[in-house]
Design a protein around this ligand. Structure first.
Ligand code: AMP
Ligand code: MG
Length: 420
């Protein structure tokens, strides 16, 4: 705890690139250990095992239709003008059946999903009959084997069902449940403790003073954590008092896989996050060559060496930093690849500009139609502009050396509402 503050880069040192900062974060985070989780808890997580089928699907030969199980030879000649009549000797219904046998020259009523009686090879749909229960008139012959589902035609026992790494969604859950799995191996969703710092911040419903504002960031970050498939623990506003912040942080660590803070990392007089964490010597503060989001911090805190990412306080800076740095960290923890959102090309609909030496993340409205994708800048450049952020669905990413791009040119975009 007595280590000297580390504030990187030292005065005069060039800021670090976005890529380098992402790489450092990813390199120092390892995936959480997987465990057997209830099936529904794993939706949105990658599977951490190879799943083979413990049984065949269908498990037994059964009917695909409501109708009559027959030996096809008995009804081969059936037609509208010369129907075949067969005695109905029983009934096989789904979940209310038994290992029946079908004597030649007879039929059994059968319902969809019910086991075929042995000896029967085809099913006559009820629509081709008079629906009789004692005897039935059949006016059309099925093809041999028609309307029968065969054991193992979908999956054979021992078949590879899902590869390790498959993202679990509703269809995968259906297959897993269909072979009787109630649990699968997956990494837990990261628990993310979120702290907003700032003496000026008030919660919704609280009285605003002359110089106070509502806390947007802890809510924005909690929503972003949830959207990233992790579990947010939103701590109320923490003031800019070093002891209060240090105590709040140490109280929260017990439930955190990651801590994310907002505010208090610039060069002001009350930059509490930087003040407190610099002293630990395990959190590194640096400048990243980006706009918004220049002041960043990353490191570890507490007994368990919990990763912490300290984001700048302006809401747009916080959001962009979350997207660029926290999302990859969270995906790394659950083993979800790719870690970083892929860039998508789009045609700019208006001129944009940027300052040299910093990657620019401009808010934009991304649209796709038959002719391709376009992106329209939204709002101004200020990182306090919540309205423009809310009305955007993309970030236009301009490289460090780019200073202007004209309408009609292709740019790289982070399409924020897209799954990846
Ligand atoms: P800071 O990084 O603490 O210097 O804050 C930078 C700017 O962001 C200041 O104008 C703060 O008032 C504002 N800000 C910080 N935290 C929040 C928050 N949770 N919600 C809304 N604005 C904030
Ligand atoms: Mg502040």
């Amino acid at each position: 705890m007595s280590a000297e503050p580390r504030d990187v880069p030292a005065a005069g040192t060039a800021p670090r690139s976005v890529d380098e900062h992402v790489t450092r974060i990813l390199d120092s985070i390892t995936a959480l250990p997987p465990y057997e989780q209830p099936l529904l808890e794993t939706v949105g997580l990658p599977l951490c095992e190879v799943v083979r089928s413990p049984l065949a699907l269908p498990r037994f030969e059964n009917s695909a239709m409501d109708g009559y199980a027959v030996r096809r030879a008995d009804v081969a000649t059936a037609s509208q003008s010369e129907p075949v009549h067969l005695p109905v000797v029983g009934e096989s219904a789904a979940g209310q059946s038994a290992p029946y046998g079908l004597p030649p020259g007879t039929t059994m009523r059968i319902m969809t999903g019910a086991p075929m009686p042995s000896g029967a090879d085809s099913v006559v749909p009820v629509e081709w009959t008079d629906g009789g229960t004692g005897s039935v008139r059949i006016s059309r012959a099925p093809d041999p084997g028609q309307h029968v589902r065969h054991a193992g035609e979908d999956v054979a026992e021992g078949d590879l069902l899902l590869e390790e790494g498959t993202l679990i969604g509703p269809r995968e859950v259906g297959l897993l449940a269909g072979v009787g799995r109630s649990q699968v191996l997956a990494r837990p969703r990261p628990r993310v403790v979120i702290m907003s710092t700032g003496n000026e911040l008030r919660g919704p419903g609280e009285q605003l003073g002359f110089d106070s504002i509502y806390d947007a960031n802890s809510y924005l970050l909690a929503a972003a954590v949830r959207a990233a498939g992790a579990i947010p623990y939103r701590v109320g506003v923490v003031g800019d008092d070093p002891q209060v912040f240090a105590d709040a942080l140490s109280d929260q660590l017990v439930r955190a896989d990651v801590v994310v803070t907002s505010g208090g990392v610039s060069k002001g007089a009350y930059d509490v996050v930087k003040d407190v964490l610099s002293r630990l010597g395990t959190v590194e503060f640096c400048e990243v060559a980006m706009q918004p989001g220049k002041p960043q911090g990353f490191g570890r805190v507490g007994e368990d060496q919990t990763p912490i990412l300290t984001l700048p306080g302006n809401p747009v800076s916080t959001y962009v930093s979350f997207e660029v740095f926290v999302v990859p960290a969270l995906r790394r923890l659950t083993g979800r690849v790719p870690y970083r959102r892929p860039l998508t090309p789009a045609t700019l609909t208006a001129d944009v500009s940027s300052i040299p030496g910093r990657a620019q993340y401009l808010r934009g409205r991304f649209e796709e139609d038959g002719d391709g994708a376009t992106v329209t800048p939204v709002g101004g450049a200020g990182s306090h502009l919540l309205y423009g952020l809310a009305h955007s669905n993309a970030l236009v990413v301009l490289g460090e050396d780019v200073t202007a791009v004209a309408a009609g040119e292709t740019v790289s975009v982070l399409a924020l509402d897209r799954d990846f």
